[in-house]
Design a protein around this ligand. Structure first.
Ligand code: G3I
Length: 329
């Protein structure tokens, strides 16, 4: 049985993956993606981002995002939609404008409303605001923060709730697992949105982690339950666990050895296990399932092989360990 089928048996909603049009002509990849029961939901890795969907003001382009959405439909997968208000992958018209508050509010309203309306009824969830925090828990500098202050966050959720009342609305960020002050900041964001009277349904933990430096299952479950107690659902939204090939464990090699593969498997079990331990954790999405298409070595030379399948599509010990964990759940 595939990972998604096993997640359902364990009482969760899904096991998913990021994928995009760049992967569409790879037959072996597509066979795994379409394999019955392996995945239940997909996140477009890049196609729904602002620079793609509204490259110039008021010009909306859904060509690639629609292709991904059709593929999801063909495979019977739900969509986790990603992302609306984010400082990165913004088109120049947004990032380099010198806006006043009213102009930028208009731009945000038009963007969020148009994109969410286009995909209305097809997104299980939207990452409404992505990566608004620095590691020390303060707000990240961005055009949104500069012009609107922290009000851009509840504003984004307000616009989103009006555009698609059915989609779950998420705040999504990375390193919440390893930076306690950033986790405090995320909690503050949940309260900020609530105090403004707006709806926030979930917090997404990206889970871009490092082999051998991944917190324990107990610590991760405690983190998830801290947010669950605020009354939001939680999920692992972009999970991958990369080897650090500059570490002593690598001994100069840039391919994982057996010991490292076992540690990676143990770390995946900690993360997925933490979701099993928290009733309000709805599921796990990996950020690509094969090392062939991982973003990690491109962004962090010296790190890599973070996925469940190798670059040549064999299942790694981490796959087998997650499968076993779920079968026994
Ligand atoms: O499409 C262009 C192509 O035309 C060009 O030739 C090529 C040359 O560099 O670049 C291509 O764009 C790349 C794009 O991915 C599409 O493949 C960008 O350079 C590259 O920077 C971009 O990286 C993406 C990254 O977000 C950008 O921030 C990764 O694929 C994507 O996995 C990554 O995903 C993010 C999540 O959205 C948010 N959380 C962190 C996560 C990892 O960084």
């Amino acid at each position: 049985e595939g990972l998604h089928a096993l997640m359902l048996s364990a009482g969760k909603l899904y096991f998913g993956t990021a994928t995009d049009v760049g992967n569409h002509n790879d037959e072996k990849y597509q066979a795994i993606l379409a394999h019955q029961g392996e995945f239940g939901i997909i996140t477009p890795e890049n196609s729904q981002k602002w620079e793609v969907t509204e490259p110039r003001r008021n010009q909306f382009v859904y060509t690639t995002a629609d292709t991904v959405a059709e593929k999801a439909q063909d495979n019977g997968h739900l969509l986790r939609c990603h992302t609306l208000t984010w400082h990165s992958q913004l088109p120049p018209f947004v990032s380099s404008g010198s806006w006043n508050a009213s102009d930028l509010t208009d731009i945000l309203t038009t963007h969020i409303t148009n994109v969410m309306t286009h995909f209305k009824g097809r997104c299980y969830a939207w990452d409404v605001v992505n990566e608004a925090l620095e590691e020390d828990g303060t707000y990240r500098e961005s055009v949104f923060y500069e012009v609107l202050g922290d009000k851009y966050i509840p504003l984004s959720f307000k616009i989103a709730a009006q555009a698609d009342p059915e989609a779950k609305l998420y705040y999504n960020d990375f390193n919440l697992e390893t930076s306690p002050k950033k986790a405090d900041g995320a909690e503050r964001i949940v309260k900020l949105v609530r105090d403004a009277g707006e709806r926030i349904d979930g917090v997404g933990f990206q889970g871009h982690l490092i082999v051998g430096q991944t917190p324990s299952r107990r610590a991760l479950a405690a983190l998830l339950s801290r947010f669950a107690r605020l009354g939001v659902e939680v999920a692992w939204t972009e999970l991958d666990i990369a080897h650090d090939f500059s570490s002593a464990a690598s001994n100069g090699s840039s391919a994982a050895n057996a010991t490292q593969l076992e540690q990676q498997a143990a770390d995946y079990v900690s993360v997925v296990g933490a979701c099993l331990d928290e009733p309000r954790c709805v599921g796990v999405t990996v950020w690509q399932f094969t090392d062939k298409y991982s973003w990690v070595p491109l962004a962090f030379p010296g790190r890599g092989e973070p996925c469940l399948w190798t670059a040549t599509y064999t299942k790694k010990p981490a796959y087998d360990a997650v499968s076993k964990l779920l079968r026994e759940a």
